[in-house]
Design a protein around this ligand. Structure first.
Ligand code: G3P
Ligand code: MG
Length: 224
């Protein structure tokens, strides 16, 4: 069962920061997940729509310039990172799961992944995921081979049907949706099942017994 660090290792370091990604790498994860938003054509690694929970800023992230956002403290003196910085840090050390948050992110992300693929990176090392079918549909139009992950917190049948249509690589349901039947159905479709977000040791053991292929966790140290 693969261990995928959620927003890096957000149980152990400020989420979606270079410190969090370094922490996950030190723990020897199989993959790292983070969230990406498009701020005026710049790709920033950030989860929420608003700044208060994770930074010393206020308001909606899209109300602000990138210059201002980069002055904020995202925890322990860390900046909100650019996607390029995060990819440069992780490199090919582990799988990179870029979760698209919101509109107008898909084409920029694909542009970047294609540029990287010409370099020493391999696009096989990336999974592009989202809750938003429209973004994933666009990703598939832009690249027939890139690995797509479909995230679902409800209506697993609808999401799985979309995953089949978009030729997804993996299905990322929330813990509440996962049972043995779903695992088998996803496997019958030829996809991997990565469940989010599993932190409790009993739940980690439970999903492992169900045969899931990987877990997103805030505490990669608990799974290893
Ligand atoms: O990609 C799995 C998980 O990160 C999706 O939920 O809200 O943590 O981005 P969220
Ligand atoms: Mg996420």
């Amino acid at each position: 069962m693969k261990v995928i660090g959620h927003r890096g290792a957000m149980g152990l370091a400020p989420e979606n920061t270079l410190l969090s990604f370094r922490t996950a790498l030190e723990l020897g994860v199989d993959g790292i997940e983070f969230d990406v938003q498009n701020i005026d054509g710049n790709l920033l690694v950030f989860h929420d729509d608003t700044l208060e929970r994770t930074t010393d800023g206020v308001g909606h992230i899209h109300q602000h310039s990138v210059e201002y956002l980069r002055t904020l403290d995202a925890g322990q003196g860390e900046q909100i990172p650019f996607l390029q910085e995060v990819i440069a840090l992780i490199g090919t050390k582990t799988m990179i799961n870029i979760e698209l948050k919101g509109v107008r992110t898909a084409s920029l992300v694909m542009h970047l992944v294609k540029l990287l693929d010409k370099d020493h990176y391999n696009k096989d090392n990336f999974i592009i995921s989202s809750y938003l079918f429209s973004e994933l549909f666009l990703i598939r139009q832009l690249d027939p081979d890139i690995k797509i992950g479909v995230i679902a917190d409800d209506q697993p049948d609808v999401a799985l049907s979309f995953a089949r249509d978009v030729n997804a690589y993996s299905f990322h349901p929330s813990l509440a949706l996962v049972n043995e039947e779903l695992v088998q159905e996803v496997h019958r479709e030829g996809m991997l099942l990565y469940v989010h977000t599993v932190n409790d040791p009993d739940n980690i053991a439970k999903v492992k017994a169900m045969g899931v292929d990987g877990v997103f966790t805030d505490y990669p140290d608990r799974v290893r």
